[in-house]
Ligand binder design. Structure first.
Ligand code: AMP
Length: 216
């Protein structure tokens, strides 16, 4: 099973990919998490990526495509994988098609989580993350048991640099300009499913599970 989660930043695609990853025991591949880990390790790649991430811009396609090419060759992807935050441009989508075709693979489903802009802005402002284990919380809808502390690993929760108000607006416009055209791209393949993202986490998860029953 090869799944793509599409959606604006803050749509809940990371949360849902994690749940689906556990349900089907296939890895969640989040380019955002991979890049943040590189930033935390202060690698050359991380330092370069940070200059784009902090401004709410996309990291150049060739860098991201290489990351994915290497990642999907790893052993744990044999049963399938979930792409969370990739592709984000038509060029990335085309590169993915080529990678998959070369390995006789194809995309099972593209799941678009649809959330209105005002809700996105509110959610991103309320988002807190654990830099240690990448867990994601929302201080209103999905708060940790103890304020400021990760339920899973006890790490100290932070607000991502790019979740600050001035960057959120830029990230939304980057999404509209570069990533929204992928909706049309994947509609043509008849593999696109739109899931309303304005419900609670469990209901969205159940709706996605229902959709996954119908993979041809
Ligand atoms: P995310 O956690 O998915 O919101 O990603 C955080 C940031 O990482 C984005 O705002 C981009 O700067 C960068 N990034 C993540 N995935 C990609 C991608 N597929 N293409 C380009 N930049 C990306």
């Amino acid at each position: 099973m090869i799944l793509i989660f599409l959606g604006a930043p803050g749509s809940g695609k990371g949360t849902q990919s994690e749940l689906i990853s556990k349900e089907f025991s296939i890895p969640q591949i989040s380019t955002g998490d991979i890049l943040r880990n590189e930033v935390a390790l202060a690698t050359d790649l991380g330092m370069e990526a940070k200059t784009y991430m902090d401004k709410g811009e996309l990291v150049p396609d060739d860098i991201i495509i290489k990351i994915i090419e290497n990642r999907i060759k790893e052993k744990d992807t044999k049963k399938g994988f979930i792409l969370d935050g990739f592709p984000r441009t038509i060029k990335q989508a085309e590169a993915l098609d080529t990678m998959l075709q070369n390995n006789n693979l194809s995309i099972s489903k593209v799941i678009l989580i649809d959330v209105a802009d005002e809700e996105i802005i509110r959610r991103l402002g309320d988002r807190r993350v654990c830099p240690n284990c990448n867990a994601v919380y929302n201080i209103t809808y999905n708060p940790p048991k103890q304020s400021g502390t990760c339920d899973k690993c006890g790490g100290k929760l932070i607000q991502r640099n790019d979740d600050k108000e001035e960057v959120i607006v830029k990230r939304l416009s980057t999404y509209k300009e570069n990533t929204q055209p992928l909706i049309g791209y994947y509609e043509k393949t008849k593999r696109l499913t739109v899931i309303p993202g304005d419900m609670d986490i469990k209901s969205i998860f159940n709706n996605i599970l229902d959709e996954l029953l119908y993979i041809p």
